[in-house]
Ligand binder design. Structure first.
Ligand SMILES: NC(=O)c1ccc[n+]([C@@H]2O[C@H](COP(=O)([O-])OP(=O)(O)OC[C@H]3O[C@@H](n4cnc5c(N)ncnc54)[C@H](OP(=O)(O)O)[C@@H]3O)[C@@H](O)[C@H]2O)c1
Length: 332
């Protein structure tokens, strides 16, 4: 099979399409013929040695995909050859075949195609867990989403609407704002695409407060970090919940803790991958809810760019360069 291989941790330029041995399943594993792999920010980090866990070199990047099971291990009882599934394995998905532990695989409902399945799993899984289990977002509350046209951001916009919140999308361009409005955002803010200076930060806080009717926003979903986080937190409502999702902008913000005291707010960490291991049943229930929301037309993952496996390195670069408006996928 062909796979994109990372042999050194120097980013996209060092990735090469390589002929690799076909994988064989261990007793509790399945092998999937990958149809669609999708690109997520951790793929950008892992090929530079910047992610929370690092596989030994060489490795095939790619955290998730959808496809069809082509062989199964002796101890696997819950899947059969021919099942349509998606898998979240952290690595290995940017290849024609993927070997996965059966616990990291889920069946796709008949009504869902492979593109949607690959585009939905990590982004909507993360955002539903964040908004439901971590923030307890309620209908009628205001939700601010930073980086709202990105993968997890756009999922948060759609899920926030589906949960009955008023959604404010914050993004770096009008084009991205248009995508968020198409996907249900009520209001938008365009922030500078470079690091913000003090005046720009004050202006961002002011804009957020104005759009929330002067009270501040109840829930903030932050996958961006950098210079955007503190001004957003300064515009949170009394007893608000600030969701720490990720740091796509690079720097990890250092927040003055007096803000949490003054606002009576919570700063809430979100680590979806860890939670799926600690509460697999909760995660399964969340996915059932996501499948239902999709069948009802309440969520509709947006694929913004489609690449072939030959161009998989370009797909990762596209995300890294802040060009994605929704999901970037790789079709086998
Ligand atoms: N906590 C969890 O469980 C969990 C799960 C999945 C992902 N994540 C994290 O969530 C973050 C977003 O992931 P994603 O897959 O949604 O990524 P994505 O599609 O690339 O979206 C990230 C967004 O961040 C904004 N951004 C600001 N500065 C940026 C920069 N210097 N480079 C790139 N983007 C920048 C961009 O929007 P604008 O241009 O509009 O600013 C972009 O749309 C990542 O840090 C990822 O590790 C966390």
């Amino acid at each position: 099979m062909k796979g994109l291989q990372c042999k050194e941790l120097t980013g996209v330029d060092a990735l090469t399409l390589t002929e690799l041995e076909d994988p064989k399943p261990g007793p509790d594993e399945v092998v999937i013929d990958v149809k669609i792999a999708s690109v997520n920010f951790p793929d950008v980090l892992i090929i530079q040695g910047l992610y929370q866990f690092q596989p030994p070199l060489p490795f095939v990047p790619g955290g998730e995909c959808s496809g069809i099971i082509s062989s199964i291990g002796d101890e696997v009882k819950n899947f059969a050859v021919g099942d349509n599934v998606f898998a979240m394995t952290g690595t290995g998905a940017f290849a024609e075949k993927l070997k996965a532990n059966h616990n990291s695989v889920m069946k796709i409902p008949n009504s869902m195609d492979h593109e949607v399945a690959a585009a939905l799993s990590m982004t909507y899984g993360t955002s539903l867990y964040a908004l439901k289990q971590r923030a307890n977002l309620k209908a009628g509350e205001t939700l601010l989403v930073l980086g709202a046209a990105g993968g997890v951001g756009l999922a948060a916009v759609e899920l926030g609407k589906a949960m009955g919140a008023k959604v404010i999308a914050a993004v770096s361009s009008q084009e991205k704002a248009d995508v968020c409005i198409e996907h249900g955002a009520d209001e938008f803010i365009i922030y500078p695409s470079e690091d913000m200076d003090k005046d720009q930060q004050k202006n961002l806080s002011k804009q957020i407060k104005e759009l929330s009717g002067g009270f501040g926003v109840n829930v903030i979903y932050d996958p961006v970090g950098g210079s955007y986080s503190e001004p957003a937190l300064r515009a949170i409502a009394w007893e608000g919940r600030y969701l720490v999702i990720g740091f796509a902008a690079g720097p990890i913000p250092k927040i003055p803790l007096n803000l949490s005291l003054l606002k009576g707010c919570q700063i809430v960490g979100v680590f979806w991958g860890a939670w799926t291991g600690l509460d697999p049943e909760g995660n399964l229930n969340n996915f059932e809810e996501l499948f239902k929301l999709h069948a009802e037309g309440k969520i509709n993952p947006k694929v913004s760019d489609k690449f072939s496996l030959n161009d998989a390195a370009l797909a990762i670069a596209h995300l890294k360069d802040r060009k994605a408006k929704g999901k970037v996928i790789i079709s086998m």
